[in-house]
Design a protein around this ligand. Structure first.
Ligand code: GUN
Ligand code: ZN
Length: 429
């Protein structure tokens, strides 16, 4: 049944100012795709009789896309590690060891995906644990919800604990089996997922590179240049490498479908290679401040003569919030400390159209445009008392968005739609 969703519609074109209608409308067809959008006053007559949902003055915009999140860390936020490596060995590996159990993973997947919706996140690139069943369960749960989800079984064959390690051949075989079973099914895609250079042998990284070359359309996700201790360890484990990025480069893991979380301490040479190869660095600001990893500098990555593509993400559970609003707010603070002042529109664009493009799903989501799916979030700029009184001072869209990202979280998300279907509704803040 065709439906009309009304509200203050907002979407972020690749260039130029936001597309904004104070009294806008989005028409959604039977299959959940957007048929039309524009000012409600111009709604074509054929849609006049369609069922209408009116969100009044609230903002109706593309759902957020989380470009780096760990499903099996869904409940281990705020684990107080000394640094990344201590946090991984003390808290993370033991928690992830539970996900070999299908029943455990199943109840976790339901909580995890519903929590994304509650925060207005409609698509994600996620890590699973090392266990094949963990990825199977998450794929099935995402498919049942009609969402765009990209994930993969983590490959890790050393420097962890036995319960979360595989071996190169098993890791590669299971990854390929998962790709065959799930990649391209509905809105699902596979990502080859070597955890990071510390936990993969050279044999495993080589097989990961072979998989990326052999599996059409598969993405690749890993971590890169996050903490000083990690970088020093990678230097000891791969003494022949010029730098951390060179490790992945030697095994064919750079490229336009490769996403590297963090990228905080990258040299000029590394940025050059990431840029040339079309790779993406995903900024995870709440994780970086929480683990004390460092300040990722967007202007350094984005230098015009060798721009590195960027995304933005929560990195749950190193990150401290599921909310992409809070994540943008933290990105603003990190960039201010690094001497750069991003606009709210720039960060909102990054979290929607930008991430969609970097994840290779820009043709189906990330903007309010005919032909894309109606993956939408409805934001209330006055959701909390603090937001409401701040809103009294806002006199431009940029200011409204700025207050939302600095002060907002799941309480500002009034509704979430995936493929035109309402998957979350919040009565009041
Ligand atoms: N590096 C390797 N594994 C992880 C992880 O789970 N989280 C973060 N933040 N960094 C990592
Ligand atoms: Zn991560």
């Amino acid at each position: 049944m065709t439906r009309v969703i009304r509200g203050q519609t907002l979407s972020f074109p690749a260039d130029g100012p936001p597309a904004h209608e104070t009294r806008g409308a989005v028409v959604v067809g039977d299959d959940g795709a957007i048929l039309w959008s524009g000012p409600h006053a111009s709604l074509p007559p054929i849609f006049h009789q369609a069922e209408t949902e009116d969100h009044g003055e609230m903002i109706v915009m593309p759902g957020f896309i989380d470009a780096h999140i760990h499903f099996p860390q869904y409940r281990m936020l705020a684990a107080p590690g000394k640094d990344l490596l201590d946090w991984l060995s003390r808290f993370t590996f033991p928690e992830e060891s539970r996900y070999g159990d299908a029943a455990y993973a199943q109840q976790a997947a339901d909580i995890f995906l519903d929590r994304l919706f509650r925060n207005g996140t409609t698509a994600a690139l996620a890590f699973c644990s090392v266990h094949k069943v963990c990825a199977e369960v998450l794929f099935a749960a995402a498919e049942a919800r009609g969402m765009a989800l990209i994930t993969g079984k983590t490959m890790m064959d050393r420097n962890a604990i036995p319960a979360v390690q595989d071996d190169p051949e098993t890791g590669a075989r299971e990854s390929e089996e998962l790709y065959t079973a799930w990649h391209g099914r509905d809105r699902l895609r596979y990502a080859v997922t070597p955890r990071f250079a510390v936990t993969s042998s050279e044999a495993q990284l080589r097989l990961a590179g072979d998989l990326v070359a052999a599996l059409p359309g598969a993405l690749m996700q890993t971590h890169l240049s996050e903490s000083p201790g990690e970088i020093a360890l990678v230097g000891r484990l791969f003494p022949w490498a010029r730098d951390y990025t060179d490790v992945y480069d030697r095994f064919g893991l750079l490229g336009p479908r490769s996403l590297f979380a963090h990228g905080i301490h990258l040299s000029e040479r590394e940025c050059m290679r990431l840029s040339e190869s079309g790779s993406t660095v995903v900024h995870c600001p709440t994780s970086n401040t929480f683990l004390g990893s460092g300040l990722m500098r967007m202007p350094h990555l984005g230098k015009p003569d060798r721009p590195v593509g960027m995304g933005i993400a929560t990195d749950i559970g190193g990150g401290t919030s599921y909310s992409m609003l809070a994540t943008m707010g933290e990105a603003y603070k990190v960039q201010m400390l690094a001497g750069y002042k991003p606009s709210a529109a720039e960060l909102f664009r990054l979290a929607t159209r930008g991430n969609a493009g970097r994840l290779g799903i820009g043709h189906e989501t990330g903007a309010i445009e005919p032909g894309k799916f109606a993956d939408l979030v409805v934001l209330d700029p006055q959701a909390t008392p603090v937001l409401a009184s701040r809103h009294e001072l806002s006199n431009a869209l940029e200011d409204v968005l700025f207050a939302l990202m600095m002060l907002g979280d799941d309480r500002a998300v009034r509704a979430t739609y995936v493929r035109g279907r309402k998957v979350h509704h919040r009565a009041t803040a």
